[in-house]
Design a protein around this ligand. Structure first.
Ligand code: BES
Ligand code: ZN
Ligand code: ZN
Length: 472
């Protein structure tokens, strides 16, 4: 979908957006016909018109003004795109309402709603929207560009994350990162294989890959848009999490192809940062491996020494995310950045705590946490902070090693996972985002189709936009 800015619309169908049931003057002649229109958020009305540069107009309500949230604009744009597709209209226009950030939000909603994963269908009826014209007296190109980059980077992640474990192996993900580095000159990509990882003393990462015939990869992507500020990103990239010897139940196990979501979000965010040319430095790491049971797999009770020298007793091989992240985080902490943000589908427990409406946030720094909270609201990928008190750290002490990878009781599962990670960042400012509830969409959504959600890309990018603004 192309998105352009124009004063006047010519095409198939023009959409208007507004609060409640108050349709603009263009709909005056249809008053009688639209009698039953209630003006609920997302409700739409459309009618044919003559002697215009287009054949149909439509109104999508944003609902009651008092209850308005910015995300309603993304949803309304999504609704408009769905309507257009069902009517086979592929040159559409949006009359941009006078609401803060409307251009960016409408652009994001439209591009996200237009996307569908069709790559693995031999035949697809799916037709995408050709052009979306944002109609306004002023030039909107700049805001369109930001919205477009955010949404396209999210779609890029969705396309990769939807791919199953047989197609998207650790090696394949690394290849995708290399491809990205070739496309954006500002990104440099380094891929570390098993041998390199042994030399780097990344044994907790390697312990997870032992059960698999697919070799692991550790990928580092660097972006230098400025010398400072300097931030690190880290993503959990388990391309399939069977649980290992602590095998998961078979029901819904296929969803564990999405256990690479953290790494995919990091990849998507690096794409967005490069496109936006943000004035900062970012070093991003992805820890990529399968977690499989086999004769060579690690066993409950095994003890490994991590990159920072701490020893870890593996009591449950299904708590593998924290093992691959432990090495990765201490690798990044050595670089002494201004902050590290990690993203991971780390615990089922975060879904019990927050459902699918908030990402779990854990941080050792209030300012960093506040910036991410703000970015979460901007992206409508909202975060909720949970504590990292010492009492929880006590629960992760092992009798025979420095740490164990699960607590005895299983209580506060997301927090105990987070305090485990905290042991590997030294005194670097750090935030951990548990996105287990966000990896895929199971219920219909106005701008996101079922399947890989691509969540996290906009949250991370909005965070980096705030970091760059602070510098000025
Ligand atoms: N990848 C899972 C977490 C997960 C579960 C993500 C459901 C998305 C949906 C993680 O590796 C895992 O298995 N965690 C265990 C931890 C437990 C063994 C302490 C869990 O959540 O059950
Ligand atoms: Zn697991
Ligand atoms: Zn996992």
């Amino acid at each position: 979908m192309k998105v352009i800015s124009k004063r006047k619309f010519e095409g198939d169908m023009l959409f208007y957006f507004g609060y409640g049931k108050q349709m603009p003057k263009e709909f005056a002649e249809f008053k009688q016909d639209a009698k039953s229109f209630e003006g609920k958020s997302g409700e739409s009305y459309s009618a044919p018109v003559k002697n215009k540069g287009y054949s149909r107009i439509a109104f999508v309500s944003l609902g009651d003004k008092k209850e308005f949230e910015p995300d309603f604009l993304r949803r309304a744009a999504g609704t408009a795109v769905r309507i257009s597709k069902s009517m086979r209209k592929n040159k559409i226009g949006f009359s941009v309402p006078h609401i803060n950030d409307a251009t960016k939000l409408l652009t994001e909603g439209a591009i996200l709603a237009d996307y569908k994963f069709v790559k693995l269908k031999s035949k697809s009826e799916e037709k995408q929207i050709d052009t979306l014209t944002l109609v306004s007296a002023s030039d909107l190109s700049k805001q369109i560009n930001t919205g477009r980059i955010l949404a396209e980077s999210q779609n890029y992640m969705r396309e990769l994350n939807e791919l199953p474990a047989n197609l998207m192996t650790p090696r394949k993900v690394a290849e995708e990162a290399v491809k990205l580095g070739k496309k954006y000159k500002s990104l440099s990509v380094k891929v570390y294989d098993e041998r390199a990882l042994k030399k780097m003393k990344m044994d907790t990462l390697l312990s997870v890959s032992k059960g698999s015939t697919e070799p692991p990869r550790f990928v580092v992507i660097e972006y230098k848009g400025a010398k400072k500020p300097f931030y690190c990103l880290m993503g959990k990239g388990i391309t399939f999490d069977s649980g290992g010897i602590s095998l998961k139940p078979s029901k819904n196990m296929h969803e564990m192809k999405y256990d690479k979501s953290g790494a995919m979000a990091v990849l998507g965010a690096m794409r967005a940062i490069a496109e936006l040319k943000l004035p900062l430095r970012v070093m991003a790491a992805m820890a990529l491996t399968e977690n499989m049971p086999s004769g060579s797999a690690q066993k409950p009770g095994d003890i490994w020494k991590s990159h920072n020298g701490k020893t870890v007793e593996v009591l449950n091989t299904d708590a593998e995310g924290r093992l691959v992240m432990a090495d990765s985080l201490s690798y990044l902490a050595e670089k002494k950045p201004d902050g590290i943000i990690d993203m991971a589908t780390l615990t089922g427990a975060v879904i019990i705590a927050l459902g699918k409406h908030a990402i779990g946030l854990f941080s050792n720094d209030d300012k960093l946490a506040q910036t991410i909270e703000k970015a979460g609201n901007n992206a409508h990928e909202r975060v909720w902070r949970l504590p990292l008190w010492k009492d929880y750290s006590e629960m992760m002490k092992s009798d025979v090693a420095d740490l164990k990878n699960v607590s005895n009781t299983g209580e506060a599962g997301s927090i105990t996972a987070a305090v485990f990670l905290k042991e590997f960042v030294d005194d670097v400012k750090w935030a951990h985002l548990d996105i287990a509830g966000f990896m895929n969409i199971t219920n219909a959504h106005p701008y996101l189709d079922k399947g890989a959600s691509g969540a996290g890309v906009r949250l991370l990018t909005e965070t980096f936009i705030l970091f760059s603004e602070k510098k000025k």
